[in-house]
Write a protein that binds this ligand. Structure first.
Ligand SMILES: C[S@@+](CC[C@H](N)C(=O)[O-])C[C@H]1O[C@@H](n2cnc3c(N)ncnc32)[C@H](O)[C@@H]1O
Length: 269
């Protein structure tokens, strides 16, 4: 029996293989992007784009077996600076699994100076499912974005609506999130930052977890880094498994989860 809420230290390809098949409702993978963070050994461990792509397909195929038939699998990647390997990865991944959507993470501010083009501001998450005819579980209502107050005020002037209290209540629920998720990236001095160079904002990961899994579902993150997916799952009542090859990052993630568990449950759920 798989023990829930566990961080496994080791290589993703090896450790994914040990997990049960058809088990995870949601897989969130934020792998090394390949030579994006030039100072990090883990992002520069492949000699060529081809070697990186071969490795990518190994862990993607391993994850495919672990995904439930109605599950979703998000794979983060980035274009915009010198790198374009992600384009090839997307094409190869969509030959193994079925394309479902491309989510844009709008980081709200540009992340690198560039003088020969526009300043890059987004990353992506390719969403794939197990087969073309698969029907992934997705809850649009779980992730709504509040309307601005002036928009609400404008809508409430519309005389066609007789029951304004109902209308107000409806508008207060917010609108469906689009596939452009605007969540500011973490600044160096952000309170959320805990010592990983590519830590994702918790809000972003929560949006994926809330929309693409139910309470009690299993979620896998094969490159868990500082434990962002684990924290999102703890907060939202999902069972999680995380894999991380670097023992130092694994320790950071473990401490992060331990600290979370000592918080008042009211704050957590
Ligand atoms: C982009 S980071 C993930 C960041 C994470 N989403 C967060 O919010 O902290 C990728 C992580 O993959 C880890 N990694 C690299 N190669 C790995 C492998 N073969 N197996 C498991 N983890 C690996 C790196 O150590 C790094 O922490």
């Amino acid at each position: 029996m798989l023990v829930k809420n566990r961080l496994i230290t080791g290589d993703a390809v090896e450790k994914i293989a040990e997990l049960p098949d058809n088990h995870f409702q949601l897989i969130i993978a934020d792998p090394p992007y390949f030579q994006v963070l030039l100072g990090e050994q883990w992002d520069n461990q492949w000699k060529s784009p081809e070697a990186y792509l071969t490795w990518t397909m190994k862990w993607v195929q391993a994850c495919r077996d672990k995904l439930r038939d109605d599950g979703l699998f998000y794979i983060f990647g980035q274009l915009g600076k010198r790198e374009h390997t992600w384009l090839h990865a997307c094409s190869m991944i969509c030959r193994e699994l079925a394309y479902h959507d491309m989510i844009v993470w709008d980081r709200a501010v540009g992340y690198n100076e560039r003088y020969d083009s526009f300043t890059p501001q987004y990353e992506m998450a390719l969403a794939v499912k197990k087969a073309n005819d698969a029907k992934p579980w997705f809850d649009k209502d779980a992730v709504r974005v509040p309307y601005d107050e002036d928009i609400i005020a404008g809508y409430l002037k519309d005389k066609r609506y007789k029951d304004m209290d109902r209308r107000r209540e409806h508008l207060r629920k917010g609108k469906y999130a689009t596939n452009i998720l605007r969540v500011p990236s973490l600044k160096g001095n952000s309170k959320e930052k805990i010592g990983h160079p590519s830590q994702k904002p918790i809000k972003l990961i929560e949006m994926l977890v809330e929309s693409s899994s139910r309470e009690g579902d299993w979620v896998l993150d094969p490159f868990i880094g500082s434990g962002t997916t684990a924290e999102a799952c703890e907060r939202l009542g999902r069972k999680w498994i995380g894999i991380e090859i670097d023992p130092a990052y694994a320790e950071i993630a473990k401490q992060r989860i331990a600290a979370l568990k000592t918080l008042d449950r009211q704050t957590l759920f």
